[in-house]
Every structure is written in C-alpha cells, then in structure tokens.
Design a protein around this ligand. Structure first.
Ligand code: FES
Length: 157
C-alpha cells in the first residue's frame, strides 16, 4: 500500500481523531480529505483509510460508493453536474445537458480526453427555487441557460 495522507491532511486527521469517540466516525471527513488531495478516491486510498480507522476496506467502499459526490475514478478538472430532478427538468435542464454535451463533444457520464471536463447528471442540488441548476466543481450556476453556460465553459477551456 503506497497511498498516504499528505502532511496537511495528516495534521487534520490527527486533530479529528481527538474529536470523535469512535474512529470510524471519521469516515466521511477523511474521504473528503482524500478527494481534495487527489481529486478522486482510489482503491489504495480506501484501503489506507480502512487501516487508519481500524475498519474494513468494504466499510469504506460502502460509504464512498453511496454518496454521488465522491468520485471513485479520476474525473476532469471541471466537474459539471447537471440537475435532472423535477424542478430543473421542467425548467430546461434537458436542453442544457444537450447543449453542454454538444459543446464539449462528450456525453453525460464521460470525461474529455484532455481530462479537463466531466459531465454528469445528478439528483436535486438543493437549489430548486433557482432552477435549472448546474454545479461546476463547487460553484452553483443558478437560473442557468445555454448562453450563460456557453460563456462560462468557453472561459474554462
Ligand atoms: S430540482 Fe434541481 S436543484 Fe432541486
């Protein structure tokens, strides 16, 4: 096993250890640290974390694979998540998805060859009142339109 926390994450991990009565309660924050460190969560990293938390790799995998915000394979530098739930669907998220797919030449669920963009369709982003909502990395684009996204994606390219 070669994966390990970098120095900064190791310090955070040590601090968190003092705050939780049970080690495996750190699973979620530690998975976030892994994802911030590498951009995704590898099998090696899950095995490492399981060892650090005195639990099984399957426990860690079951948590990591349950939440759609954790990436179990490398993704693009810009992760474009398009909400496909009702409010957004009714307000045109389907057209937005088609527009982005055409602009980038990849389909939802795919990553561009240059590893710059990943497109995914996700369930409600919690911004139904400003539908349609698209999230790029951690930034929400509310009341989004193909025109707004065209400008943003062009700048990111
Ligand atoms: S339905 Fe799209 S943010 Fe809630």
């Amino acid at each position: 096993m070669s994966w390990q926390f970098n120095e900064e994450n190791e310090k955070k991990f040590q601090t968190l250890l003092t705050r939780y009565p049970k080690k495996n309660s750190l699973s979620l924050p530690a998975l976030w640290m892994i994802q911030y460190q590498d951009g995704w969560i590898s099998e090696d990293a899950m095995k490492y974390l399981a060892k650090r938390l005195d639990t099984s790799p399957m426990d860690i995998y079951s948590i990591a694979s349950f939440y759609s915000m954790f990436h179990l394979q490398p993704i693009g530098k810009y992760n474009i998540q398009i909400c496909k739930t009702l409010s957004c669907k009714l307000r045109g998220s389907g057209d937005i998805k088609k527009y982005i797919e055409n602009k980038l030449g990849i389909k939802a669920g795919e990553t561009s060859k240059d590893m710059k963009f990943t497109i995914s369709e996700v369930e409600c982003l919690g911004s139904c009142g400003t539908a349609p909502c698209v999230c790029i990395n951690e930034d929400y684009i509310q009341n989004s339109t193909p025109e707004i996204l065209d400008e943003i994606i062009s700048e990111l390219k």
